[in-house]
Write a protein that binds this ligand. Structure first.
Ligand SMILES: Cc1cc2nc3c(=O)[nH]c(=O)nc-3n(C[C@H](O)[C@H](O)[C@H](O)COP(=O)(O)O)c2cc1C
Length: 194
């Protein structure tokens, strides 16, 4: 199913090294005719790092989508009762958010959006980006892989020699992953090497 005309939530969490790639895909989504809403976790709207400052990320998201990002739990909550998103992607998804989501914790705008959206039986896509994916977070990824209405952007080991436990999603596969998830299908292969 095409993303054109679909209301797509893009929820950003604090994997700052992937933000450049995230904004490229955001632009592609808007160009493809999707109606995009961004949601920022507390970390992603507060932490400054060598990858940039949050004010810039928030401004860029607004410029690309034409809509102010959702930055609070109360701002994300209506995604449940109003049921206005067709699909939501945690893009990128940190180990922290993955662990909390798998364990039913809802203490950031992104996790509130995910909980609210899942309540409506609609697809949630995870774009993993964490150094502990094959370590402490493997059990949580396993729980999410096996959960109803949850799909993954295909992922792989980005640096198996130096970062044994790291997995990163192939962010450029976002649109094809969304198209299939909108039909209730997981993009395959789900694991691809870099
Ligand atoms: C510069 C920088 C880069 C980071 N990159 C990642 C990352 O790629 N993956 C990850 O899981 N956490 C990363 N973190 C840690 C998260 O930002 C941290 O766990 C934070 O609590 C995540 O909160 P959130 O999941 O609510 O956004 C990074 C932190 C900093 C300061």
């Amino acid at each position: 199913m095409e993303v054109k005309g679909k209301k797509v939530g893009i929820a950003l969490t604090g994997s700052f090294c992937t933000f450049d790639k995230i904004f490229v895909e955001l632009e592609k989504l808007v160009a493809a005719g999707a109606d995009v809403y961004t949601i920022f976790s507390n970390a992603s709207q507060q932490i400054s790092s060598r990858f940039g400052v949050p004010e810039e990320f928030l401004k860029k998201a607004e410029e690309i989508t034409g809509r102010k990002p959702i930055q609070t739990i109360e701002g994300a909550e209506p995604i449940g009762p109003k049921s206005y998103l067709d699909i939501l992607v945690i893009f990128p998804c940190t180990g922290n958010t993955c662990a909390k989501l798998a364990n039913g914790i809802t203490d950031t705008p992104v996790l509130m959006a995910a909980k609210a959206h899942l309540r409506n039986d609609k697809p949630l896509v995870i774009s993993i980006s964490t150094n502990d994916a094959l370590g402490m977070n493997m059990k949580n990824i396993g729980l999410l892989l096996n959960a109803k209405n949850i799909y993954f952007v295909p992922f792989g080991q980005d640096n198996p020699v130096k970062k044994h436990n790291s997995l990163i999603a192939h962010t450029e596969k976002l649109i094809p992953t969304l198209e299939l998830a909108l039909e209730g299908e997981q993009y395959q292969p789900i694991m691809e090497s870099f």
